[in-house]
Each structure stands twice: as structure tokens, then as C-alpha cells.
Design a protein around this ligand. Structure first.
Ligand SMILES: C[S@@+](CC[C@H](N)C(=O)[O-])C[C@H]1O[C@@H](n2cnc3c(N)ncnc32)[C@H](O)[C@@H]1O
Length: 165
């Protein structure tokens, strides 16, 4: 598929809204992430917002379309951009955040793509990992109350990822 940045940006404001909603859901723990990737960055209008949120981070946009990347380099001069297929892309430096909006559905094989991307994330330091698990457990616990017999249905930690094409 050929991507036309001018056509894509014709409805730029409308397209930006879900991207900002998604960004608002990222509750990255301190310290601020040092390496942030915008996967399928398109014309870079979200990439530049990622840089505003984490100004000290190295923000890297990845996209397969050269015209989109030309636009992105102009829109976000403080970010880096590389042309790559995100199905095979491998990070040089393990990112703390991989952000991606309106992009992964363009590629199939999510059963292998998602684990591949997750595996590239930098691991949290042990104390932050413990902090995250405590907060996650506290958030999930009300949804898995103890039953009258003292047991909990599905008492193990899980991540639910729901995707549809
Ligand atoms: C709908 S645009 C989204 C752009 C941006 N993330 C946003 O939210 O505005 C989808 C982008 O994904 C890129 N893309 C689609 N398939 C790709 C692939 N396999 N590898 C790299 N980029 C891809 C396209 O070039 C396009 O720029």
C-alpha cells in the first residue's frame, strides 16, 4: 500500500484524538523512559508529542513508507527516524516504551509479532517491577473477590490482550 502523507493529514485532527487517548493511558513509572519508539509513526505528528511528553528521551520513529518518513523528519526534528518493516524490525537499544497507534493492524501474524515486540522491551529494574506488580494486583484484586469458601476464581496474574482485525 502506498501512503500519502498529505492525504493522511487531511483529517489530522480527527486522527490525532485516539492517538492522544492512547498516550494518556501510558502510566510509565519513574524514572522517565530513556528510549521511546513510535512504531508505524507515519508523518510524525504523534512522534513529536511523545518527545514533548518525555523531552530527555531518545525518541525513534519507525515506518515503512519513505514519503511518511520525509514528512516525519520535518515535523519532528528532535526525533530520530528509520525506515523499516515493523514485522522484522529489531531495536538497537532496548526501548522502555514502544508506542504504536493505528499501525499494527496493517500487518498479520500478531501471535508472533506481539511477543516479538514485548521481548524487545527493556526490563524494569526489580524495585519498579515489584511496585508495578503491587499496583497491578491492587487494581485487579477487586475484580477477583474471594468466594465464600475462601478461594478465588482465577487467582493468578494475567494480562488480557484483546485484538481484532
Ligand atoms: C494509519 S498510519 C498511522 C500513523 C501514526 N501512527 C498515527 O497514529 O498517525 C499507519 C502507518 O503504518 C505504516 N506501516 C504499515 N505497515 C507497516 C509495516 N509493516 N512496517 C512499517 N510501517 C508500516 C504506514 O507506512 C503508515 O505510515
Amino acid at each position: 500500500m502506498q501512503w500519502d502523507p498529505a492525504l493522511y493529514l487531511r483529517y489530522g485532527d480527527e486522527r490525532l484524538r485516539p492517538a492522544l487517548d492512547l498516550l494518556a493511558r501510558i502510566d510509565a513509572p519513574a524514572p522517565a523512559p530513556a528510549h521511546v519508539v513510535d512504531l508505524g509513526c507515519g508523518p510524525g505528528n504523534v512522534t513529536t508529542i511523545l518527545k514533548q511528553r518525555w523531552p530527555a528521551a531518545d525518541v525513534l520513529g519507525i515506518d515503512g513508507s519513505a514519503p511518511m518518513l520525509d514528512k516525519a523528519r520535518a515535523a519532528a526534528p528532535h526525533c530520530r527516524f528509520e525506515q523499516a518493516d515493523f514485522g522484522t524490525w529489531t531495536a538497537d537499544t532496548a526501548p522502555n516504551v514502544i508506542y504504536t497507534n493505528a499501525a499494527l493492524h496493517w500487518l498479520g501474524g500478531h501471535d508472533t509479532l506481539f511477543p516479538r515486540l514485548f521481548a524487545q522491551l527493556a526490563p524494569l529494574p526489580p524495585d519498579l517491577r515489584a511496585e508495578f506488580l503491587a499496583a497491578y494486583t491492587a487494581a485487579v484484586a477487586p475484580h477477583y473477590p474471594r468466594r465464600p469458601d475462601g478461594t478465588t476464581l482465577l487467582p493468578f496474574r494475567r494480562l488480557f490482550i484483546l485484538a481484532r482485525r
